[in-house]
Structure formats: C-alpha cells, structure tokens
Design a protein around this ligand. Structure first.
Ligand SMILES: CC(C)(COP(=O)(O)OP(=O)(O)OC[C@H]1O[C@@H](n2cnc3c(N)ncnc32)[C@H](O)[C@@H]1OP(=O)(O)O)[C@@H](O)C(=O)NCCC(=O)NCCS
Length: 191
C-alpha cells in the first residue's frame, strides 16, 4: 500500500470535505443516528476554515495519489485538540487512521504540549479501541442535546451574549476549573 502523508493545501478542501461527510454519515447511520454534517458542502466549509486558520495543523493521507483521509490538530490553546480525523469508508480498517494518529501525536510530542484531548462518538467502538491503544484515557461523557432553546430565565443568573471583554474572565475561570488555559479558542468563539 503506497500511503503518503502530506501537508494539506486549500485545494484539498472538497476531497477531504467529501470524506469527512461520508465517513461520519456512514458510522452514524450504522447506529441509527443522524449524520454529524447535513451535507458535504457544510463539511467542506468547516475544513476550509481549518485549512486557512494559523492555529490549526492538518495532515492529509494519499493512497496511490488519491486523497483518502485527513487529521487535524487545534493548537490555539495550551491543550492540543485532535480531530476531526476521517478515513474514506472504502479503505477503513487498513491502518490509515492509525498512521494519521501517529503523525499527529508525534507533533504533539515534538512541540512538548502538556496534553492532547479528543471527542469521539461513543457508538464508534473501533475509534475508541484505536485511541485507547494509542494511550488516550476516557475522562468524561458528553451529552449532545439538540432542539429549540427553552428561553427560561433564572432570577439572579443572567445569561447574555459574550463579548471580547469577557475573554480574560472566561479564561481565568477555565484555568480555575480545568487547570489550563483556552484563550485562543475563547477569542475565536467570541469573535
Ligand atoms: C476512526 C477512523 C478515522 C479510523 O480509521 P481506520 O483507517 O479505519 O483505522 P485503522 O485501520 O488505522 O485502525 C482501526 C483500529 O480499529 C480497531 N478495530 C478495527 N476493527 C475492530 C473490531 N472489529 N473491533 C474492535 N476494534 C476494531 C483496532 O484498534 C484498529 O487498530 P489496529 O490496526 O491497531 O488493530 C475511521 O473509522 C473513520 O473515519 N470513522 C468515521 C469518522 C469518525 O468516527 N472519526 C473519529 C471521530 S473521533
């Protein structure tokens, strides 16, 4: 298998976006869940943003000259975020995912990052096995709750839109609760 890992270019977004959409859709539908992305165009749009953002690092896998997968690192804050990682369903379970993970984790080590985190869909046993073998520990369950907001108010606890003036206070709270900074993500989220 002639697999090459290389740096992505802006021109890779449509091919990588199509795989991102198809791979997540396939595993979600196998388990009776709705797809993570509504269309390949939305997945491609997300990837376009990651490819042009200086805070993200990407890697693309090419098999015999054809793009078959990708992986990304979010390096905006102290703790590196890993993902999305996707491999074309037609060539999954051939160790391409592991190669993309090894490449990303080597960079995390080279840059002496204090930690790396990722999220995975609990129903995807293969990705959980892969990450566990690579040394990830399961830390917490997240619930993805969808639907219209309830618009409830709790007296004394106002909820308002965040502004850039809130970033430092929000970051200090993150350090207090989780023990690490996330300034880069907060700045992007607010702006
Ligand atoms: C997750 C994903 C990137 C893995 O890519 P891949 O190329 O299929 O993965 P690999 O072949 O390198 O590794 C598969 C690993 O799955 C595990 N695995 C495979 N078949 C398995 C099975 N039947 N039972 C349990 N574990 C299994 C093994 O740990 C294997 O690692 P090994 O090669 O050391 O044995 C790919 O499945 C994907 O794109 N999935 C859809 C999107 C997604 O869920 N992304 C991750 C979001 S966090």
């Amino acid at each position: 298998m002639d697999l090459v890992l290389r740096e992505p270019t802006a021109g890779d977004a449509p091919a990588v976006g199509q795989i991102l959409f198809t791979a997540f859709k396939a595993i979600a539908e196998q388990h009776g869940f709705p797809p993570d992305f509504p269309s390949a165009a939305v997945a491609t749009g997300l990837l376009g943003g990651l490819l042009e953002h200086p805070g993200f690092y990407g890697v693309v896998a090419e098999l015999d000259g054809r793009v078959v997968g990708s992986n990304f690192l979010d390096e905006r804050s102290q703790i590196t975020g890993l993902g999305p990682i996707t491999v074309d369903p037609a060539v999954q379970n051939k160790s391409i995912g592991r190669r993309l993970m090894d490449h990303a984790l080597a960079r995390v080590r080279e840059h002496h990052r204090p930690g790396v985190r990722l999220l995975q869909a609990t129903y995807h046993n293969r990705s959980l096995c892969l990450y566990t073998k690579l040394g990830f520990d399961t830390r917490a369950l997240l619930s993805n709750i969808q639907g219209p907001r309830l618009n409830l108010t709790v007296p004394g606890y106002d909820v308002r839109q965040a502004t850039t003036d809130d970033v430092d206070a929000c970051n200090a709270l993150c350090v207090q609760v989780h023990g690490h900074d996330r300034h880069g993500e907060l700045v992007d989220a607010v702006s």
